[in-house]
Ligand binder design. Structure first.
Ligand code: FMN
Length: 458
């Protein structure tokens, strides 16, 4: 019998209280206010590893949601992805408490420097023994740009141009600076590493000049697994060129199917195979022992959502100040320099025109993403449908209340997926790349990173 397509799961988090379900920090079962403690993170990683998840996927922003009414007050009052603590710091503690699960922090290619970011991620890849990914984003909040020394958010095209070159630089550092056998630890000859085999990358580009060698020796995966989140046409081309996996968000199966077809076509156009890119839609599961119980849990979660906080979040996501809008006004279709996908969810829905009030209500729980509500069997049915019809390869599982949503999913839905033969019962490999793609720990040969400069052996 042929093996059914195996799905992959990431737990979607952020170093902030209830980051993706605005206002849920106040729910009696929510533990998000403890995000500032190591134990919160080690517990998160252990729960997800018990459920054989591929990775803890960590979103991040470097600014406040202050588009709404041109003020950060609503974001402060309602903890709208605020406090926004650093996404990298909890990773080594989580790695020490687990053995297999990976870690996929989000870092903006718009504000980081490739030379130092390459070192940070290589260090983490060493310390986790090859369990690190990078979710490459180009950011959307004006407040980030302003606090990082710019006059405002750079135009999207420019952000993606910079990100393209950013990746070229880190590829050179990760893949080509140190040859595989450069480190010799030769006590007799008194040589730690052979300078003939460690190369300066001599990068000279439009945005970056980096002559140097990479500061770390090759890590188990060299280049961390590359995730990307960005949904505009330019964002999709960027993903098609670079990403091994993408994170996407939407509320309908039809939208996912269209997205998957489009992204795979673009990936082939970049000289890669259609299935060289894995698609991870975001989903909020709400599980009950009966359908009625699941619906009543949904209603309870929804009653904790903050209207003002979600309005501030939606303004930040879309770059539109909704404090100026009548709540019963329809949201208009337009191009945005913020997150196109978040606006499209409410303007390009073939089934419905969304008023602001409806969009806010939807956006508050799991950032407006699809919800799978029902018994473990019903949720597993939906997962299967999104895989077979929507062409998903995995899911980023969001939370209503943290960590309870993860616990319920791991205890009740994971066994059902395993029973159906569509989900692992044991981790297959050692590194994250092996677990996700069932091949080696390094990037495949047809990836653009492998085609630049000095070749390294697999
Ligand atoms: C599903 C999804 C998740 C995202 N997560 C983040 C994030 O955590 N941090 C961030 O700065 N940007 C995030 N972004 C936005 C990206 O930074 C992206 O570059 C931005 O939306 C502009 O490009 P786009 O219109 O191509 O999506 C996300 C985008 C999508 C579609």
């Amino acid at each position: 019998m042929t093996k059914k397509k195996q799905i992959h799961l990431n737990g979607f988090v952020q170093n902030s209280p209830s980051p993706h379900s605005t206002g849920l920090w106040k729910h009696a079962k929510d533990k998000g206010i403890h995000h500032n403690r190591l134990q919160y993170w080690t517990e998160t990683a252990k729960v997800l590893e018990r459920g054989k998840f591929d990775a803890v996927f960590i979103a991040d922003v470097l600014g406040t949601y202050s588009k709404y009414g041109n003020s950060h007050d609503a974001a402060v009052r309602n903890a709208v992805q605020l406090p926004a603590h650093d996404p990298l710091m909890p990773i080594t503690a989580m790695a020490a408490a687990t053995e297999h699960i990976g870690f996929a922090p989000t870092i903006s290619a718009t504000y980081a420097q490739p030379y130092s970011l390459a070192r940070q991620l290589s260090t983490l890849d060493h310390l986790t023994e090859g369990r690190v990914a990078w979710n490459v984003v180009t950011s959307y909040l004006d407040s980030e740009a302003i606090n990082l020394g710019l006059s405002g958010r750079m135009p999207k095209e420019l952000r993606y141009d910079r990100a393209d070159e950013f990746l070229e630089v880190v590829y050179k550092l990760w893949e080509h600076s140190w040859e595989e056998d450069a480190v010799v630890y030769d006590r007799d000859r008194d040589v730690f590493a052979d300078p003939e085999k460690v190369h300066g990358i001599n990068h000279e580009g439009e945005f970056f000049q980096v002559p140097g060698i990479h500061l770390t020796e090759p890590s188990p995966q060299r280049t961390p697994v590359l995730f990307q989140a960005g949904a505009s046409p330019r964002g999709r081309d960027f993903a098609a060129k670079h990403a091994e996996a993408v994170f996407t968000k939407g509320h309908s199966l039809e939208a996912l199917r269209n997205y998957s077809q489009d992204l795979r076509r673009r990936t082939v156009r970049q000289g890669r195979n259609a299935d060289d890119i894995a698609i991870f839609p975001m989903v909020l599961p709400i599980v009950g022992s009966t359908e009625e119980e699941a619906i009543s849990k949904y209603e309870d979660l929804q009653s904790h959502v903050s209207y003002e906080g979600t309005a501030a979040m939606l303004s930040g996501h879309t770059g539109i100040d909704f404090s100026q809008y009548d709540p019963d006004q329809y949201i208009e279709d337009m191009e945005t320099d913020a997150v196109q996908g978040n606006l499209d969810m409410y303007t390009k829905d073939p089934n419905k025109k969304w008023t602001l009030r409806e969009a806010i209500k939807n956006h508050g729980l799991g950032n407006g993403t699809a919800r799978f509500i029902g018994t473990p069997e019903q949720i597993a049915d939906q997962i299967e449908e999104w895989v077979t019809v929507g062409d998903a390869d995995g899911f980023n599982i969001a939370q209503g209340y943290s960590l309870e949503t993860f616990r319920e999913f791991v205890d009740h839905v994971v066994p059902e997926l395993q029973k159906r033969g569509i989900y692992r019962t044991e981790y297959e490999g050692k590194t994250l790349r092996e677990n996700l793609f069932g091949r080696g720990s390094h990037l495949p040969d047809n990836h653009p990173a492998r085609k630049l400069g000095v070749r390294v052996e697999s």
